[in-house]
Design a protein around this ligand. Sequence first.
Ligand code: ARG
Length: 589
Amino acid sequence: SQEEECKGNLKAQLAKLFEVSLKVTVPNEADVDPLIAACTGKFGDYQCNNAMGLWSKIKGKGTQFRGPPAVGEAIKNNLPTSEMIDSCSVAGPGFVNVVLSKNWMAKSIQKMLVEGIDTWAPQPPVKTAVVDFSSPNIAKEMHVGHLRSTIIGDTLARMLEFSKVKVLRRNHVGDWGTQFGMLIEFLFEKFPNFEDATETAIGDLQAFYKASKQRFDSDPAFKERAQQAVVRLQGGEEKYRRAWAQICEISRTEFHKVYQRLGVHLEEKGESFYNPYIPGVIEGLTKQGLVEESQGARVIFIEGINIPLIVVKSDGGFNYASTDLAALWYRLNEEKAEWIMYVTDVGQQQHFDMVFKAAKRAGWLPQGDNYPKASHVGFGLVLGEDGKRFRTRNTEVVRLVDLLDEAKNRSKAALIERGKGEEWTEEEIESTADAVGYGAVKYADLKNNRLTNYTFNFDQMLNDKGNTAVYLLYAHARICSIIRRSGKDVEELKNKGTLVLEHKDERDLGLHLLQFAEVVEEACTNLLPNVVCDYLYNLSEIFSKFYSNAECKVIGSGKETSRLLLCEATAVVMRKCFNLLGITPIYKI
Ligand code: ARG
């Protein structure tokens, strides 16, 4: 049937039904989009809100209707019959309230259990997407801003991958630029035999960066040589390329440690990769008449923005913007990406706004919000307890590995305190501490609307009560233990048992489970991971209400099979949410 095309998405399935009704109700109004929303009141589960808007369109045009309630009544009467709907009623100025059928709800949940949660995945209208995220700079510290980008970008990539989109996970590392002249020259000076060393002696690249910067600022002759070095590197001279590659490799190893802990996969295509494409791209834009001369530089003017986008600096060199134009061109034309998203702090919003507008002027991207589409996914700052940018005591930036270590160690201590030291193997403790510690850091970031700043606080994120990963992971583990204690084989129950939703708390839980698909779709469309976090937290609360109700006893009750299936469905949906958020679930506590 038509509803089934929408997979698990309730809202979309209802929209299909109302679309049919609206066509019959107002045949002369072409293409009316059904307005479907979850009900806030107690008259139904969903409502259709088209009547008032339609009334204002059709009144005075000789309509048979006498006002919005009558339109609502007709919308209700013209609804095709569907197994989904138990009853409808019209309220106030024509709202059509829908009460879903408990039977249908129960069947849909059981169907998901049998066929898998993938059947509830969103279906975005794109085949290939680029997620440009993490993207730290070589030889500089990877800071908490990059941590945010890594966590948010990974989640967006996971949501799209779940939706069967081919995702190119791109690490746009800052591996090109004038700082390399200084670094290379300093490397030559400190380690003349740098290529013979089996292992580089640079060691701490941040310290090396600082020392070379000092040298650069204090010695004009060195500065001169450094500037020459950039030219020779960009000219492709072998020795310079090798020095550059070695410096990049050291940073890469550092970055990799963070990615490994977080379980994040990325494919590096740094700024240097796009370098060869820049001249051709700028030439193309110049031929189109977009590039103008301004104070010695070559720039693109963007309507509504008072500063132009500099694409060739006055010294003839390329910059961050030239690279991003080339990268965008490459992603659209060579990689055929239909959705390209850039995850950076909100401070770069104007940069991307200008790049995207230039691309629209050039006709690379369509006007409006159509595909292929480029989106800047901005995020706010991470703050310390003092309300300022998050730093350690000595005002240095926070080392990410140290931060992750601490989260893990604290989770481990909490497990030992719970007596797990005696109960569990060393390996179980380690893997659980990893899951909880890193999960807590990720969740504390993702649960906020990404645009807002948030305060980094270990005590808060590692609390086992409240809206934290710890609470949610433990809740999931408890559901798993209920199922284990029953001694029943859920695989068998899924196929042979029957799920029913009789009690109000069962029905409430069932409805929330069924809303998974529309929630993930919303999170995916608006690039908002916090929507999934809110859903997950509510799911856990609604489950608690069901489970703690004496009338909904699970094990040993007459409804054991059905309620075990409801527990299993909750666990499956929770696990999928964890998976989308990049959090590893735990199964016992
Ligand atoms: N390297 C940049 C930074 O650390 C982020 C790069 C974002 N991606 C891009 N295509 N510009 O701020």
